[in-house]
Design a protein around this ligand. Structure first.
Ligand code: ZN
Length: 522
């Protein structure tokens, strides 16, 4: 203590002007203070009022005290009403604070009033579950408003305070953690639960990219998780929609599934298309929703915000089509196809976002075309690349495969790359694939490609398959095929399409067969 530096610092502090608030800032500070007092009072008088609790103790992304929306109040009213043994299902759009309200807010409120509870939080995977648990933990450790509201809600560090579970100080000696969080398919979670919160257990991977997991998720929930509940135990199931045959659809009783009387249901899209009303005007106005729709495309928007699940019919590459290509490729593992040297090669390149699109990957797709027109994929490069790296990769693939054509996606943003390649490699057989009016083009081109695949024009190397969670370019390709056109990203499918278009009418896969297809089916 007391070096010259410290003294100087104190002197400077003493003379430095205090920061002054603008009138608006002090007004808003006063309003926030009143708001906090009102909610604290309300909670003292009505300890079971979770809306007062959330407004007092939780903060939004701007670190302001939470303002409950009417639909949040509806969720909590239903959750309060279902009673012992009850089941509540909430189907709501993305980014409408489902986790904050139902997993974080309700867990803290319930534990604050009854620290003996045993709550399990189940997400699509372990890492999501852990991040929800982390949020709960940080609140118990550091949230002063929570501490003031429930002074006896304290971490029990002796009993355990781990990344997948936490104990709070309680009177009972139960061995189960106060809160435990896990991925829906994770094993080894046992014990008993008074409440299970299923927080978006269905995701892109287990609903669409790997359809076999759909049934595994259902079995895990019916046969494992729900069996952990005590007879009086309650379950909340909170979700956005994915696929018409997944667990959410089944519990909600939509589409092919009969109404499910066990689960009380709250189910509402972001925008009511009949009345034009939006659910959350302050956050998701009509304009904000329109922007989102433009950004991610109408089909992903319909699923994520309007609760319209993907159906098997609208999948451009359904299982039965992929099966044809996989059967043709059973003798090779990914990346193992060696085509005869005299078969022509083609390369398709989908450029990433540095040049305007949101997706971050650049994908180059190399195929060889057999005498019968069948496409054999030889190499897929899928990486985040700078401009210079992109040039390097394309040059390397050109030298290595000597393609008849390198077809590179071309629009206003990407012109620079083509110009650069042309200047640097005048003999490269470059072709720009103009996707300026791409949507129409893509909507005809991709179903055409799928028809080709159904007719045996494509090989997917399916021998020695990779692990289910592999993210290599080959696995990413198959995952994107399955989720096209509903997922937001399809770079690999686009690169494949450019290569396919470059190969054009060679062999058995001519434009004529597409026309015949459309004449028949459309
Ligand atoms: Zn893989």
């Amino acid at each position: 203590m007391g070096t010259d530096g410290d003294r100087l610092a104190r002197r400077v502090q003493a003379v430095a002007p205090r920061p002054t608030l603008t009138p608006e800032q002090s007004q808003s500070a006063i309003r926030e203070g009143m708001y906090a007092r009102e909610n604290a009072e309300r909670l003292r008088e009505h300890p079971d009022d979770i809306n007062a609790f959330v407004q007092l103790c939780l903060r939004d992304q701007y670190n302001r005290r939470w303002r409950q929306q009417s639909f949040h109040r509806e969720w909590h009213a239903m959750a309060d009403e279902i009673g012992p043994g009850g089941r509540l299902l909430i189907g709501a759009p993305r980014e409408h604070a489902k986790t904050t309200q139902m997993s974080v807010g309700r867990t803290l409120h319930m534990l604050g009033r009854n620290p003996n509870l045993r709550i399990k939080i189940v997400c699509a995977n372990d890492s999501l579950a852990r991040s929800v648990l982390r949020e709960i933990r940080v609140n118990i450790e550091r949230n002063q408003d929570l501490r003031d509201a429930y002074p006896r809600l304290l971490p029990d560090e002796d009993a355990g305070w781990a990344k997948e579970s936490l104990f709070v100080k309680r009177r009972t000696m139960a061995k189960d953690p106060s809160v435990e969080a896990a991925g829906v398919l994770s094993t080894g979670t046992g014990g008993r639960a008074d409440l299970i919160i299923f927080d978006d257990v269905v995701d892109l991977r287990n609903a669409i990219q790997q359809p076999a997991l759909r049934d595994q998720v259902k079995r895990a929930v019916y046969e494992v998780w729900l069996n952990l509940l005590t007879p009086d135990g309650m379950a909340y199931y909170v979700a956005t929609v994915w696929h018409e045959a997944d667990l959410t659809a089944e519990l909600a009783g939509i589409g092919q599934y009969p109404a499910n009387p066990v689960w009380q249901k709250w189910w509402r899209p972001a925008l009511n298309e009949e009345t034009g009303e939006v659910l959350w005007p302050g956050r998701w106005s009509k304009l904000a929703l329109e922007r989102k729709k433009l950004e991610i495309g109408p089909r992903p928007f319909a699923r994520q915000y309007q609760l319209v699940p993907l159906s098997e019919d609208e999948s451009v590459f359904p299982e039965r089509i992929l099966a044809v290509a996989r059967a043709k490729g059973a003798q090779w593992g990914p990346g193992q196809i060696e085509a005869p040297a005299d078969w022509p090669r083609y390369i398709g390149v989908d450029l990433a976002s540095a040049m305007g699109r949101k997706a971050a990957y650049t994908v180059a797709f190399v195929i060889a075309v057999g005498p019968d027109g069948v496409r054999y994929p030889l190499e897929i490069v899928r990486q985040r690349l700078s401009f210079d790296q992109t040039v390097e990769v394309i040059a390397r693939l050109w030298v290595q495969h000597s393609p008849m054509e390198v077809r590179v996606e071309n629009n206003a943003y990407q012109d620079a790359l083509l110009q650069h390649l042309r200047a640097q490699y005048p003999s490269m057989p470059l072709q720009g694939h103009t996707t300026g009016k791409q949507k129409a083009d893509e909507q005809i081109g991709l179903p055409g490609l799928a028809t080709g695949m159904a007719n045996g024009a494509w090989v997917i190397p399916s021998g020695s398959p990779h692990a289910a969670d592999c993210t290599c370019p080959w696995c990413a390709w198959e995952a994107e095929l399955r989720s096209y056109p509903v997922a937001e990203f399809s770079d690999t499918v686009m690169a494949m399409w450019f290569a396919d278009s470059a190969a054009g009418t060679r062999g058995m896969h001519p434009a004529d067969s597409f026309r015949a297809y459309f004449a028949e089916d459309y």
